[in-house]
Design a protein. Structure first.
Length: 243
């Protein structure tokens, strides 16, 4: 399988960073998106290009800005070629009980997670189809999008929406040999989880520990492999057995 370019949103830190490393290791050229972590993104791009001898571009924009996202993605495609793969990873949470949610609390999470998926993927689809070389799209959903979670009505709604969008898009793109799948992490140790959450959730995880960002990245890398060419419209759960 010839390696192509892969666009990764939210690539500067956490799970997105580990996905970038995993895909660079197996030879993919990358376009790394960030918004508020520009220095980290540029540093990562330089590191990956040096260590794995791949081409790495960086793109910085607010993923909720539809017009700007379209403009910058189309410019990058014109300059460097269409993306063979996309990883829609950028996301945000703002947890609180539903009665306490303001409209802005609701809308921000929907806008970044769900509208951001559209803003990232939509401008890239036709150039990907024109490659006539198949392709991969992977979206990072969440256990919350499957089973729900207290205090995460907004986040659960957005992540469930991503699953529905991917299942429909998979049907549209199957004849083009472009697979579309979701990866749904559970409790992942990104260094941002407070001790209270750990104490509450760890007893509910059969494996008895949090997952690692590298374990999520490994699943994404598999979905980009030749061995995953017959997998589409699926949700891969990485949650230690927690449902």
């Amino acid at each position: 399988m010839a390696k192509g370019r892969v666009l990764i949103s939210g690539a500067a830190t956490g799970i997105g960073r580990e996905i970038a490393i995993a895909l660079a290791k197996i030879g993919f050229d990358l376009a790394l998106h960030c918004n508020s972590h520009k220095e980290e993104c540029v540093f990562l791009a330089q590191k990956l290009a040096s260590e794995y001898l791949v081409k790495v571009e960086t793109l910085s924009f607010d993923i909720t800005n539809n017009a700007l996202a379209k403009e910058l993605l189309e410019a990058d495609i014109a300059a460097n070629g269409a993306y063979w793969g996309i990883v829609a990873n950028a996301g945000v949470a703002n947890d609180m009980p539903f009665p306490a949610l303001s409209f802005s609390d609701w809308y921000k999470v929907i806008d970044v997670n769900l509208n951001g998926f559209f803003n990232l993927v939509n401008p890239c689809i036709m150039p990907m189809i024109r490659l006539r070389n198949g392709g991969r799209i992977v979206a990072i959903s969440s256990l919350s999008g499957i089973s729900g979670n207290r205090g995460q009505t907004n986040y659960s709604a957005a992540k469930a929406g991503i699953i529905g969008a991917c299942k429909s898009l998979a049907l549209e793109l199957a004849k083009r040999r472009i697979t579309v799948n979701c990866v749904a992490p559970g409790l992942i140790d990104t260094g941002m989880i407070c001790d209270d959450i750990k104490e509450q959730v760890l007893p509910l995880i059969p494996l008895g520990r949090m997952g690692l960002p590298q374990e999520v990245a490994a699943a994404v890398a598999f979905l980009f492999s030749e061995g995953a060419a017959y997998i589409t419209r699926e949700v891969i759960n990485i949650n230690g057995g927690m449902y």
